[in-house]
Design a protein around this ligand. Structure first.
Ligand code: GLY
Length: 370
């Protein structure tokens, strides 16, 4: 079949200081991948980086669409899982690209979840001092969060995401059909990040999650597209205003992450998916906000119910509260020995505070762990 103009249109653009790019989020977009790349002026060989699971589900569809549009492709698949996101894998990718004689005019495609996006972005930012890359997120959390905003990184044995760069993609292409192959638990973990965007900045998005949990859990196409696009757009607007996390605005995206990261760390990343830990962390931050008298119990109950309706945990019984407190103190967001807490004043309104009383934090964590 010959190439033709794509029928799908971008949802919005991200106009960040360092770069402007389009974001597409549609059902069936992978079938139009080749024609969209062509209309964006991408030519020559594209280098796809994916993980073995994602590639076996979507690789054929991707290559068919590229071939139909006379785009050559090469692929490198890595093992799925966060443990792969390290300098040793990055080195394998550099050697592969060098052996393929990849040039600065070529483009990398990151086909996968957040791990693939972070790793590919890191390699793109550094190979030949920077080559273009495109995010093709296939998990919900990568769509609504990690694929937008140019945070790229690999892990060191001493910590996650310790080496990286802000390096924006040239394009973000999310095919919502890829969500259909995700296990329910992973989907719920992605919904946590999307609900977070409503909680911190957009009450009307939160109400959509509240009113429609059955339809969204079942991925009803039009509604899913609408809330995913809205959630992505909120992320994009934050990135436009605070690309490098210098003003505090982008920090709001860390709502629930201080305690969430601590829970992941004390359980060796084996009990909670990231979004599940963030869900517990968001309830914790809400309880802290209530204890400080700035959020109503009614709002906290309301969003705790929503998280439960999406199959997310809202407490962590059985976890040792002291180890959670120790892990919080070690978190990389502790600046000048102060923890930057993201707090809510109402649904859709958040701010950064470094003056939360230790006693309030301790009581909250004990309560969630009991
Ligand atoms: N995932 C948080 C951020 O991109 O800033």
């Amino acid at each position: 079949m010959d190439s033709k103009e794509p029928s799908m249109k971008p949802a919005f653009s991200v106009d960040a200081p360092s770069s402007q790019y389009l974001v597409y989020a549609e059902n069936g977009l992978l079938d139009e991948l080749g024609s969209i790349l062509k209309t964006q002026g991408i030519d020559g060989t594209v280098y796809i980086i994916s993980d073995a699971n994602v590639w076996s589900s979507h690789g054929e569809q991707v290559v068919t669409s590229l071939n139909r549009n006379k785009l050559e492709s090469r692929v490198f698949t890595v093992e799925a899982g966060e443990a792969t996101k390290n300098l040793s894998t990055a080195n394998q990718l550099y050697e592969w690209l060098a052996s393929e004689r990849c040039e600065r005019k070529n483009t990398l495609l990151a086909l996968g979840g957040g791990m693939i996006g972070d790793l590919t972005g890191f390699v793109a930012a550094s190979f030949l001092r920077g080559i273009p890359f495109i995010q093709i997120p296939t998990s919900l959390s990568a769509m609504v969060d990690a694929s937008i905003g140019g945070k790229t990184a690999v892990n060191l044995s001493s910590g996650k995401n310790l080496v990286g760069a802000f390096y924006q993609p040239k394009l973000v292409l999310a095919d919502l059909n890829t969500l259909k192959t995700l296990p329910a638990r992973e989907l719920a973990s992605g919904w946590a990040e999307a609900i977070k965007h409503g909680l911190i900045l957009d009450s009307s998005l939160f109400y959509m999650f509240e009113e429609n949990h059955n339809r969204l859990i079942n991925l009803e196409p039009d509604l899913t597209r609408s809330v995913v696009q809205r959630s992505m757009e909120i992320k994009g607007k934050i990135v436009e205003q605070d690309e490098k996390e210098t003003t505090g605005l982008r920090m709001l995206l860390n709502y629930g992450h201080t305690i969430g990261h601590a829970l992941e760390s004390v359980t060796n990343y084996s009990s909670f998916l990231h979004g599940e830990a963030v869900s517990v962390g968001m309830v914790a931050a809400g309880k802290i906000s209530v204890s400080m008298g700035i959020l109503s119990n009614k709002d906290l109950d309301r969003y705790t119910t929503v998280l439960t309706n999406y199959g997310l945990p809202t407490a962590c019984p059985g976890i040792d509260p002291d180890s959670v407190l120790d892990a919080i103190r070690m978190d990389k967001k502790v600046k000048d020995k102060k923890i930057n807490w993201i707090l809510l004043t109402e649904i859709g309104q958040s701010f950064v505070s470094s003056t939360v009383d230790d006693r309030v934090v301790q009581d909250t964590i004990k309560d969630l762990c009991s």
